[in-house]
Design a protein around this ligand. Structure first.
Ligand SMILES: [Zn+2]
Length: 314
């Protein structure tokens, strides 16, 4: 019997048009929808309709001036918000649905209506800072979800696990002085965006609530899973989160064109099991993950399938 897993998987996220040849393409979602439907995984999950984020919730993780800038720039027809973050006229609307869907899914899991959830949204979020777009990301979906969870009386501590192959600079910076959010990242170094050194451990009240595990290119499953099992797990158990969020990028996959971490498809299933066990020991197993990177159109859907299989397993 499957666990009850919520899934946001909707073609509306293909409408964020990044132009010809951009790696963060609408085809990522087309391939993912097609694979999850043909292998039967979509049918085993509870599908949730995308929903736009409430403006007040979005403002928990972004400055008002930045939100206005994104709306105005996209309405005026600009094609890029920074060197990498391509946009179209409807990008703000679609990005608000990405953030809102993660928030809604998190709320369903926090309420106990679902055991866990995965949101296959784009644009991704973890590079977006409070006041600027970065690295294909407009709004920081995971940061918005963490901030919205912390508004609930039953959530006092949120663990964010970021296994995207790139460091989630935006998420780390948003919460680095906040002792209610523990941010863990395993990522390739050196690699974009250049942050995420092991010496970055938080600031002010948040000292000790940031943990970075940079790994060299070519590391593979062993060091990647060791970072989760022996780096993250003991620290997470000490922190004792009420809720676990995963910035689930799949660009650490061996086939990914943007990096060279060499993680296998099965490795992502094992990574999911490790984080699920952390959630089960803390916070009653409440866990939501969301798509960040992953740019190989065959490997990413297969890695997501391994991730979903683990979430569904009783
Ligand atoms: Zn990435």
């Amino acid at each position: 019997m499957d666990r009850s897993v919520g899934l946001v998987l909707d073609p509306v996220f293909e409408r964020h048009d990044t132009g010809d040849g951009h790696p963060e393409s609408p085809q990522r979602l087309t391939s993912l929808c097609s694979h999850l439907e043909s292998c039967g995984l979509a049918g085993r999950c509870h599908l949730l309709d995308p929903v736009a984020v409430d403006p007040a919730t979005l403002a928990l993780a972004h400055d008002a001036a930045y939100l206005k800038h994104v709306d105005q720039a996209c309405a005026s027809g600009v094609v890029s918000l920074d060197a990498d973050t391509a946009v179209c006229r409807v990008s703000p609307e679609i990005a608000r649905m990405a953030a809102g869907s993660v928030v809604a899914l998190s709320s369903q899991v926090a309420d106990g209506n679902l055991d866990a959830g995965f949101a296959a949204v784009r644009p991704p979020g973890h590079h977006a800072e409070r006041d600027r777009a970065m690295g294909f990301c407009i709004y920081n979906n995971v940061a918005v979800a963490a901030a919205s969870l912390l508004e609930r009386p039953d959530v006092n501590r949120v663990l964010v696990v970021d296994w995207d192959v790139h460091h989630g600079n935006g998420t780390q910076h948003t919460f680095e002085s906040d002792d209610r959010v523990f941010y863990f990242s395993v990522h390739q170094s050196p690699l974009y965006p250049g942050t995420g050194a092991a010496t970055e451990t938080g600031t002010g009240r948040g000292v000790g609530c940031t943990l970075n595990r940079p790994l060299p290119p070519g590391s593979g499953d062993g060091p990647f899973l060791d970072a989760l099992e022996n780096g993250l797990a003991p620290a997470a158990d000490m922190f004792s989160p009420d809720f676990v969020l995963i910035s689930a990028g799949f660009d650490a996959h061996i086939a990914d064109p943007l990096a060279g971490m060499n993680v296998s498809t099965e490795g992502f299933g094992r990574a999911t099991e490790i984080v699920l066990s952390i959630a089960a020991r803390n916070g009653g197993g409440r866990l939501v993950s969301m798509l960040e990177g992953g740019y190989d159109l065959q490997a990413m859907p297969q890695a997501v399938a391994a991730h979903l299989e683990a979430l569904l397993r009783d």
